[in-house]
Design a protein around this ligand. Sequence first.
Ligand SMILES: C[S@@+](CC[C@H](N)C(=O)[O-])C[C@H]1O[C@@H](n2cnc3c(N)ncnc32)[C@H](O)[C@@H]1O
Length: 219
Amino acid sequence: MRKKLKRFRANADLSNLFEQGKPGYETLRGRWAEDVFGNAHPLVVELGCGSGEFTAALAERTPPQNHVGVDRRGARMFIGSRYALEHQLANVAFLRTDVADLERFFAPDEIDTLWLTFPDPRPKTKQAKHRLTAPPFLKMYERLVGPGGWVRFKTDDAGLFDYTLALVRQHTSTAELSFTDDLHRSPLAGEQCMLETRYEKRFRAEGLSIKYLQFQFGR
Ligand SMILES: C[S@@+](CC[C@H](N)C(=O)[O-])C[C@H]1O[C@@H](n2cnc3c(N)ncnc32)[C@H](O)[C@@H]1O
């Protein structure tokens, strides 16, 4: 507990990490390009980024894009945040919020690519509304991801994968859907897909295959 508190206090000094009570937190919506990054490069957002290492690694590989890692828990995000500051990555930031409140922080069409990396499967039916791919979340992503933008989703969990795939297919305006139940043996494994998150490394070490789907909203 004491360690956690120390980390929360450390977050206060991290200039690339936005959370309640820090300057700029309330005015981010529609302002990422101008106020945070100072350029209009495409915005890539990872939801449920955990320790933020994947967001930082993507940012390091793709300088002409801006990257934001989002998580409601702040105690681990300092890892990615501190890495980005130490490596002078000016194209990465972190935001502490619940995904349910995402529209407080991003304007319609402001996001170019949305990554969902190993969201909690929440297998119980009564928890289904909290799955980050439940219908209200998909509808919100459609409002936030601009024309031509992508949603990219990785999981080890077959139940969550099948659930999400069925919903995306039902979604009549979804175009350009592709998927695989074994990303690391698939032609879909482009450079960005091959970067592994912390959970991905753990699951692969246990011998689990990574399921992946990507789609665009056809508008
Ligand atoms: C299983 S971990 C995956 C972490 C990371 N993406 C990875 O692959 O290593 C799920 C993360 O999602 C975050 N999370 C779950 N529900 C969330 C929500 N509604 N809003 C924001 N973050 C959420 C949790 O705090 C946790 O850090």
